[in-house]
Design a protein around this ligand. Sequence first.
Ligand SMILES: *Cc1c(COP(=O)(O)O)cnc(C)c1O
Length: 222
Amino acid sequence: MSTIADNLLSIKQDLPSSVNLVAVSKFHSNDDILEAYNAGQRIFGESRMQELTQKYETLPTDISWHFIGNLQSNKVKNIVPIVDMIHSVDSWKLLSEINKQAAKMNRIVKCLLEIHIAQEETKQGLSFDECKDLLKENDYKDLTHIQIAGVMGMATFTENEVVIKNEFKSLKSFFDELKNDYFAENNYFREISMGMSNDYKLAIEEGATLIRVGSSIFGARI
Ligand SMILES: *Cc1c(COP(=O)(O)O)cnc(C)c1O
């Protein structure tokens, strides 16, 4: 039987140096997280505020926590003191709230703009047009306590690799467009967060810089 440390190392073995691994530890215990930590993992992803704050209080302080879940404005103040990066920002309201709370705590929080690239209907994520409108219509450069660090997307849940690859390609080219049109002089805008347990290899081929892998490291979530 393979352990968490083995799973982690086998994923890391094939990782290009341009790609960082976010170990998605939602629903998994502190012991599981510590096993990954002791094998050298430092970036962990969580998707629920309460679970994240509990883990944060008891686990080593040099963990870099990334928030990857659906985020409500009223929860922002609880996660801003904890996280280095929020992958799931899909509105101006959230961006400005994160900035406001981060300013109070004198922190800078990296934010990724979540883009809807999958065929499935979900409420989460901006369309390409909505994202461009957000950047056109708002003074994001005035938000001095956030850094818009890139984009995040989730591919359709399918076994059809052509569909998945095309969605990842579309996110990469949208990233390139935003970089060129809005963030050309900005060194922080460099992350493409895409790829999960089932599709992270395809995501790496298409230019991911952050992959978010849970069950391939920790096993199934029960
Ligand atoms: C749960 C989750 C993951 C990890 O999914 P796995 O299939 O377990 O690797 C990645 N990204 C997001 C946004 C998630 O919610």
